[in-house]
Design a protein around this ligand. Structure first.
Ligand SMILES: Cc1cc2nc3c(=O)[nH]c(=O)nc-3n(C[C@H](O)[C@H](O)[C@H](O)COP(=O)(O)OP(=O)(O)OC[C@H]3O[C@@H](n4cnc5c(N)ncnc54)[C@H](O)[C@@H]3O)c2cc1C
Length: 459
């Protein structure tokens, strides 16, 4: 089967879905092609989910500009999409003379950039506000505007918005080869489907170099970087409810300890260069590093049970900045190397991409009207319980508890299965509802959630 589009976006990570959403605002025929059965199933599913304002990024980079803009747009647009964010603030900690000197310099640098909401805290103030930190902290930098958000619902909201407003989302559609046409490209999938596009946007994350090579480009190499995490039980939040990280080193930002928007606390990520971009294993050495960081920074957390461990893979390249490369003579736009800040930067990247395309490549007008969408707020189980209580009079399915750890009702799982962008896998259902994500990790509710999923999938 062959179909024709103005623009095809390859890759439905948080970046590709944000681009597709912004494209849906224009009178354009757009497709979003995703190799996997669900969106957000590669780099975008295994991150720290910090919504950063970009203060830590080199100011002369494109990344700095786009993350700042992405953060600002997120603050503005997330509420209408139902997406939660908590400004819990971030602390960068120093123990040694050397680290204090680095933070002093960092403080001057960030203030000089005009970020006034950025403070230098002495030891006494740190311990009076956060008494659970381990001993020996001499100073900290305090960025109260830094936040946490929902890593799964964010690309869900973007893709749902895009689809509701006219974008065609095709999952399980790996682009395996491409042919140059007189105007645009023909993209071929494994099962011989063909899509033609006047412009291709390569937003394929961790595999961007492979997709680039299909079209004959090889301007960068992927350098996948694994990050392992521990997820602590929700009891941890009473001990620790702020983003805390050590003084950065030339190797990176180090292991942080942060609350999640769902009420857990995460410890991570490690930073390991790996050869295999699919090697998302957690390792004995990695877990050891995470436990050591926890014991140094917030020793009380070591008594809290670990619910699970996971690893994500940063789509880094041999360049430190984003690789956004317009190749409009060849009807191709590369949006790659969105390493460590794509969750925060996605809406800034999308806006930048639209600015490159409209009106220079497509002289089109915005659509007259749009259909608004919103996704369920999965952040606080107590809010969910209240909402379910209110709805249960009209529909008892909201009163029937399915996942007791995360307080998810049968009604919510049923709604997720009926979404215009329905889950194709049980993990996709998990990410849309939080069912099976709690303390028992699906031990109690897993069979019933699977049964509901199977029932929906019956022909
Ligand atoms: C450990 C870690 C911690 C992080 N912490 C943060 C953080 O706190 N804050 C923050 O802002 N960012 C953070 N990030 C960065 C953020 O997660 C990434 O920048 C972002 O997810 C990149 O999104 P993407 O859409 O570019 O890539 P991806 O999410 O990888 O999406 C690319 C998509 O393309 C698809 N694809 C690939 N090849 C093909 C093909 N041939 N055909 C069709 N589809 C294809 C893939 O299946 C995938 O779904 C972190 C990342 C990691 C790994």
């Amino acid at each position: 089967m062959t179909s024709d589009f103005d623009i095809v976006v390859i890759g439905a990570g948080v970046v590709g879905t944000a681009i597709a959403r912004d494209l849906s605002r224009f009178k354009l025929k757009v497709a979003l092609l995703e190799a996997r059965p669900d969106f957000g199933d590669e780099s975008s599913k295994g991150n720290s989910a910090l919504m950063t304002s970009g203060i830590e990024i080199a100011p002369d980079s494109l990344e700095y500009r786009l993350v700042q803009r992405g953060y600002a747009r997120y603050l503005e647009e997330a509420p209408a999409l139902g997406l939660p964010m908590r400004k819990v603030g971030a602390l960068t900690l120093a123990w040694s003379d050397e680290q204090c000197a680095i933070l002093e310099e960092e403080f001057e640098r960030v203030r000089a950039l005009g970020h006034q909401d950025f403070y230098r805290l002495e030891s006494a103030e740190i311990y009076s506000r956060w008494p659970n930190f381990g001993p020996g902290i001499r100073m900290a930098l305090w960025a109260p505007e830094e936040g946490i958000a929902d890593p799964f619902s964010t690309p869900y909201a973007y893709v749902l918005d895009a689809v509701t407003n006219g974008v065609e989302f095709r999952h399980s559609w790996p682009v395996q080869s491409v042919d140059r046409l007189q105007n645009g490209w023909a993209l071929h999938s494994a099962d011989r489907n063909v899509v033609r596009a006047r412009l291709v946007i390569n937003a394929s994350g961790l595999r961007a170099d492979i997709v680039e090579a299909l079209a004959g480009y090889n301007d960068f190499e992927m350098r996948p970087r694994r990050g392992q995490y521990l997820v602590l039980d929700k009891a941890a939040r009473a001990i620790h409810d702020v983003i805390a990280m050590p003084t950065p080193t030339p190797k990176g930002r180090g292991i942080l300890i942060s609350p999640t928007i769902f009420g857990n606390v995460i410890v991570g990520p490690t930073a390991e260069d790996v050869d295999d971009r699919d090697d998302r294993a957690t390792t004995v050495d990695g877990i050891k590093l995470l436990k050591e960081a926890m014991a140094t920074m917030v020793p009380g957390l070591t008594a809290i049970p670990v619910n699970t461990a996971y690893a994500g893979m940063r789509p880094a390249t041999n360049y430190s900045d984003y690789r956004i490369i317009p190749r409009f003579d060849h009807d191709w736009l590369t949006v790659a190397g969105i390493r460590s800040t794509g969750f925060s930067g996605a809406l800034g990247i999308a806006e930048h991409v639209i600015g490159l395309i409209v009106p220079h490549v497509f002289d089109v007008r915005p659509k007259g009207s749009l259909s608004p969408v919103s996704v369920p707020d999965l952040s606080e189980p107590s809010n969910r319980l209240l909402k379910n209580g209110e709805r249960s009079g009209a529909d008892p399915a909201y009163a029937e508890m399915l996942c007791h750890c995360e307080c998810i009702s049968v009604g919510e799982v049923r709604d997720a299965l009926a979404s215009p962008v329905p889950p194709q896998t049980i993990k996709g259902l998990k990410r849309r509802t939080r069912a099976m994500f709690g303390r028992c990790q699906g031990f109690y509710c897993g069979a019933r959630v699977q049964a509901m999923f199977d029932e929906r999938s019956k022909p």
